[in-house]
Design a protein around this ligand. Structure first.
Ligand code: NDP
Length: 323
């Protein structure tokens, strides 16, 4: 039997985790022959709910689950963790400004960064899902000086997957026919879903769809998809967020099939401010990822890429005291 992989998940009693944990336990993230140890973190008021989640995991009798840890102590949750999914975050309360939200989450993610630094595997792969995900990842990384900043990533894979489906439906193709989708920047309404480098069955996507549809329909639809789902179902898009988190880690660990989008520390590629956690086109192999270099950037794309970079710089400035 393979050595079990320790997977830490924060916000273990939340909506996203309620979908995420069971798919990880079934082998969807790390493979059908990879045993896992689930290390679930919650805040004290949610520990009863977490107990219920653990009862349900046990009731599934998953062959791959070797052990389950449920705790409100980050040092315990992240002990020897190989993969850390930081899902739990403070939701925006009534009357809370964006700066207040950033600050409240900054405190949570600085504590978690320290705990990862002190207790996780030296090779831990961290994915931040909890919003504002990019800046939360930056804070966690800044508080983990013994880990490589490249080990801290944030999720734009849901935006990437949403963009694939919008384009597939518009062109009457399947998502698997599309290569080269890119989400640039922040996981927020400023993100830039870019089809300039997309090919559908080998043909340039930009030649197959009307520019007007691309700019006035596709981009805002992808940017505002989360709100549209809340409107339709009366609850947020938890299952698709969980599925995207699984895709992100699956590809990082096991390799991607072509280009995928991941928010990672900028190294200055494409003229983006170094250090901010910016979503780039990457290819994953051998447990690592590399930014796809050398893509042409036209004026339209540059403007969009800069707008989302500016927002990330502003978010970073708002939490400077915790970096
Ligand atoms: P969810 O599980 O629905 O969401 C968790 C986080 O993921 C939120 O920040 C949410 O952002 C974000 N998110 C990212 N993408 C999406 C998406 N597509 N759809 C929905 N959410 C998305 O939240 P719950 O409130 O159900 O659960 C959060 C849990 O985390 C609670 O049980 C709480 O107790 C816990 N928590 C744990 C902490 C810890 O472990 N230390 C700290 C803080 C909270 P957005 O708010 O913008 O939707």
């Amino acid at each position: 039997m393979k050595t079990p992989v320790r997977v830490a998940i924060t916000g273990g009693a939340g909506q996203i985790s309620y979908s995420l944990i069971f798919r990880i336990a079934a082998g969807d993230m790390l493979g059908p022959d990879q045993p896992v140890i689930l290390q679930l973190l919650e805040i004290p008021p949610a520990m009863d709910a977490l107990k219920g989640v653990v009862m349900e995991i046990n009731d599934c009798a998953f062959p791959l689950v070797q052990d389950i840890v449920a705790t409100d102590d980050p040092d315990v949750a992240f002990a020897k963790a190989d993969v850390a999914l930081l899902v739990g975050a403070r939701p925006r309360g009534k009357g809370m400004e964006r700066a207040d939200l950033l600050q409240a989450n900054a405190e949570i993610f600085s504590v978690q960064g320290k705990a990862l630094n002190d207790h996780a595997s030296r090779d831990v792969k961290v994915l931040v899902v909890g919003n504002p995900a990019n800046t939360n990842a930056l804070i966690a990384s800044a508080n983990a000086p013994d880990l490589d900043p490249g080990q801290f990533t944030a999720m734009t894979r849901l935006d990437h997957n949403r963009a694939l489906t919008q384009l597939a439906q518009k062109t009457g193709k399947h998502v698997t026919d599309i290569e080269g989708m890119i989400i640039w920047g922040n996981h927020s309404a400023t993100q830039y879903p870019d089809i300039a480098h997309c090919k559908i069955d080998g043909k340039a996507a930009a030649d197959l769809v009307d520019q007007n549809w691309y700019r006035s329909d596709f981009i805002p639809t992808v940017q505002k998809r989360g709100a549209a789902i809340i409107e339709a179902r009366g609850a947020s898009s938890a299952a698709s967020a969980a599925s995207a988190a699984i895709d992100h880690i699956h590809d990082w660990v096991l390799g991607s099939d072509g280009i995928v989008s991941m928010a990672i520390p900028s190294d200055g590629s494409y003229g983006i401010e170094p250090g901010v956690i910016y979503s780039y086109p990457v290819v994953c192999q051998n447990g690592g990822y590399e930014i796809v270099q050398g893509l042409d950037v036209d004026d339209f794309s540059r403007e969009k890429m800069t707008a989302t970079e500016t927002e990330l710089r502003e978010e970073r400035a708002a939490v400077e005291n915790l970096l």
